[in-house]
Design a protein around this ligand. Structure first.
Ligand code: AKG
Ligand code: FE2
Length: 196
């Protein structure tokens, strides 16, 4: 009987995913409890149709370099020791270092993230994005620019790595799940293209 799943590479049209549902199952509860308490979660604002709105989630940018998106720049928070440790685990799995991470806190199923690609120029061509999920399981949607769609279930302790040309040909989103009462934390690790 196999108790622990193995990481599996899924090949998509113009992209690759490493999918490992219980990668961190043994640590996920402790990680969630600590990060919920000790990350300086912030409510950021976004511009939508000419109006400023609260982002439908809390977040925190951490690492070695500032994060630019939607024309704004965020200074990084210093590495939290546990987040640094997780970055080290991911480096061994993915075979490359990570020097920045966006932490997202979805307070319940009303929180979400819209369609986007992680294609900031800082990340360079074909970036590897390693995403760790803690807490409530949520749907994760992928869509290719020619129409193909995929859906994954991101559960507590899972790892999803987007690699290859994913960020150039696919977008991803975390839709609302109205009846989900529980919190989810997600960490998406990235690497600044000028380093490592
Ligand atoms: O919460 C998630 O699983 C997705 C987060 C994401 O796409 C991002 O931070 O760029
Ligand atoms: Fe993303």
């Amino acid at each position: 009987m196999q108790l622990w799943s193995e990481p599996e590479w899924l090949t998509l049209k113009q992209g690759r995913l490493l999918w490992w549902p219980d990668a961190f199952a043994a640590d996920a509860g402790a990680w969630q409890a600590e990060l919920e308490q000790s990350i300086p979660w912030q409510q950021h604002r976004l511009m939508m149709f000419g109006r400023e709105l609260n982002e439908p989630r809390l977040s925190c940018w951490m690492g070695d370099w500032p994060y630019r998106y939607s024309g704004r720049q965020r200074a990084p928070e210093p590495w939290h020791p546990l987040v640094k440790e997780i970055a080290g685990r991911l480096e061994r799995i993915c075979g490359q270092p990570f020097d920045g991470v966006l932490l997202n806190c979805y307070r319940n199923g009303q929180d979400s993230m819209g369609w986007h690609a992680d294609n900031e120029p800082e990340l360079g061509r074909d970036p590897m994005i390693a995403s760790v999920s803690l807490g409530a399981g949520r749907r994760f949607l992928l869509r290719h620019h020619q129409g193909e769609q995929r859906e994954l279930w991101l559960e507590h302790g899972s790892l999803l790595v987007m690699a290859g040309q994913m960020q150039h040909h696919w977008q991803h989103a975390l839709p609302k799940m109205a009846r989900e009462p529980n919190l989810r934390i997600n960490l998406t690790f990235r690497r600044f293209a000028g380093t490592g």
